[in-house]
Design a protein around this ligand. Sequence first.
Ligand code: FDA
Length: 392
Amino acid sequence: MSSPRLFDAIVIGAGAAGMFCAALAGQRGRNVLLVDHSPEPGRKILISGGGRCNFTNIGAGAANFLSANPHFAKSALGRFTPADFLSLVERHGIAWHEKTLGQLFCDGSARQIVAMLLDECAAGGVETAFGLPAVVEHRDGQFEVGVGSSTARAPALVLATGGLSIPKLGATSFAYDVARRFRLKIVEPRPALVPLTLAADQALFKTLSGVSADVIASAGSEMFREAALFTHRGLSGPAILQASSYWQHGQPIKIDFLPSVQGGWLREAKRNEPRAPLARLLNRHLPERLGQALTDQLGLRGELANIPDRALEVAERQLAGWCFHPNGTEGFAKAEVTAGGISTAELSSKTMEAKRMPGLYAIGEAVDVTGWLGGYNFQWAWASGHAAAEAL
Ligand code: FDA
């Protein structure tokens, strides 16, 4: 068997975090090998943002992330900001636009971001090995990675294989498995930014499949004002995906269907338009099918004039905090990200290196840092990749 090839660092996972980390480390003069079991790097980038890649969010800060340690992400996010990534995008001549809520997208295609990262890797002289499974061993204080029939050895190994979301795109538990072997703790991974399913007793809403509305969705004390979408299995759309990351089994998801109206609006409407039925009023704010379904559920038919004020007050309260009781999520197959992962307690927030296993690093989604919807997860991939690269 041939002797191992020597590198300064081996990065496993050529997704957003791994490619960026390898490129920066290479450009700092490190001899880097970037490995991925998929023949095509950056597959999630390619499908992200509907093919246009929501590559960052200009407002990204630690408050937009879930983690057992909410302070962990601050250092890395502070040292590599959305503006830093944007200037790289601009240096590569990639046209971009802000869509909404600080979300930046390519005007053209997510392929441009993958091409940019590969160019940056080439500029750093990064060697790649794609399309082959990797096997990790630790010998004499060095990491040995078997890739196909060859072996590479380095004093530093970066785990950048992401979380469990979307196995059909190549997601595996590789980072968690390696971390566990080196006795690092894992925060139980769970699907996040994921559609929620409703039990049969809320089947009425199945008739609304395809209907969406601007709402405030909340799980516990976290609230998100964006669109919610009814599906044939339950609830989806940005507001629900955001709330899903905070949702726990047994907890309700509350929806305010009328986030723009003031309290007391129904009694006022009764005075001004006594002949109007409730559904007509709701249809001014909501899609017709939804307004009708909510009216039916409330059991308030007929003209407002004939509905007691007390019943209107109750209806207002219900419309402002409709309780749905999801019985689960659509799981990792549909989850945009994985919450949980390698515990931040095991890692240096400055370098992403394992405190108890020198030379082992973890970055990106594999770590217990999970962003909101809207470019935050990529910003974490860039920032954590940068933090590790600076230390390699
Ligand atoms: P990522 O998953 O990108 O990369 C991991 C790499 O490791 C992959 O290349 C994989 O093949 C490789 N790998 C896995 N197991 C391996 C093994 N055993 N051996 C070798 N290699 C292995 N975020 C955002 O900010 N804006 C957006 O627009 C979107 N849009 C979006 C859409 C969809 C449909 C999904 C599923 C996700 C998003 N996201 C997003 C989330 C974002 O894609 C995600 O958080 C980042 O890609 C995470 O980057 P990582 O590099 O950590 O993992």
